[in-house]
Ligand binder design. Sequence first.
Ligand SMILES: Nc1ncnc2c1ncn2[C@@H]1O[C@H](COP(=O)(O)OP(=O)(O)O)[C@@H](O)[C@H]1O
Ligand SMILES: [Mg+2]
Length: 290
Amino acid sequence: MLTISKDLPLIIIEDVDYVYPNGTVALKNINLNVHKGEMLGIMGKNGAGKTTLIRTLNGLIRPTSGDIYINNENTNSKSIAELSKNIGLIFQNPSHQLFANSVEDEINFSLKNLYLNKEELQIKTNEILKNFNLDKYRDRSPLNLSGGESKKLAIASIICRAPEILVFDEPTLGQDAREIESFIKLINTEKEEGKTIIIITHNVEFAFEFIPRTILMESGEIIADGPTQNVLNNNFLTERSSLILPQTRQLSLALQKIGFQDINKAVSKNDITEYLINFLRNKTTIVQEE
Ligand SMILES: Nc1ncnc2c1ncn2[C@@H]1O[C@H](COP(=O)(O)OP(=O)(O)O)[C@@H](O)[C@H]1O
Ligand SMILES: [Mg+2]
C-alpha cells in the first residue's frame, strides 16, 4: 500500500520482470525510484535490458510481473496514449517515430492533441521549427534529413507536447560534437523547467560530466545505482559493463603510478584540474625561491 507524501518518487518501479514472447528474459526483479526533476542515466552492455526497461514506462511493454507507478498511479490501468502524455520516449532510431510527409507536418501532427485552434497551431509549429533550427527544412520529407537532423526532429516532435518525463535512448549516438553540445543545452533547459529526464547512453564522458545519477544494467538486472562519477570511476563495474574509464580517471591512475598518491581523492575534472594547478603553483614557487 502506498502512502502519499510530497516526497513520493515520480516513478516507482517495483519488482518488475519481463519475458519476451519468445522466452527471452529481458528484465529481472527491477526496483527503481526516480524523483521529479531528477536526471538519470542508464548504462550497460548491449542486450542488458535498457531499451526494454524504458519501453515499460509508457506501456509499450507491460511487465510480466511487478508494478510501475507514475505520479502515484499504477500504469497497468492506463493506455499507451494516456501514458504518453506524461512520458515522451525518444527512440534510438528516429525513423521509427517519424512518419509525416514533411518536417512541418510532423510537428503539426504532434501538436494536434493539444487542442489548439488552426492559427495557434501554426504559430506553435513555427516556434518549434525555429527553436530547433529546422525551419529551413519545413517542406522536406523527414526521410531526407541527415542522421543528426532527423534525431533533432524526433526530439522536437516529442518535446513540443511538453511531457513531464523525457526518456532518450542513446541520444548522442552518431552525433558530432556540435550536435552533442546542442543536445546538452536542450536537456539543461528542460531540467530547469523541472522535467524529469532519463537517458540511455554508452557515452562515458557525456554521462560523467552531465548526468548526476546512473544505474548500470547487466543481463536484465540493475547492478549499480549511484552518483555517476562514483559508478564510472569504479574499475570493477566499468570492466563488467565493457565501459572504458573516464579520461580523468585514466589520468589520475597514471599520475598515481608515478607517485601522486593523494590524487586518488580527486574525482571530477575540476578536482583534478585544481590538484594539478596547485601542484604546479607550489612547484613554481619553489623554483622562484631558488
Ligand atoms: N522484440 C524482442 N523479442 C525478443 N527478444 C528481444 C526483443 N527485443 C530485445 N530482446 C532481447 O531482450 C534483451 C534485452 O534487450 P534490450 O532491452 O534491447 O537491451 P539494450 O537496450 O540494453 O541493448 C536482449 O537479450 C535482446 O536480445
Ligand atoms: Mg537498446
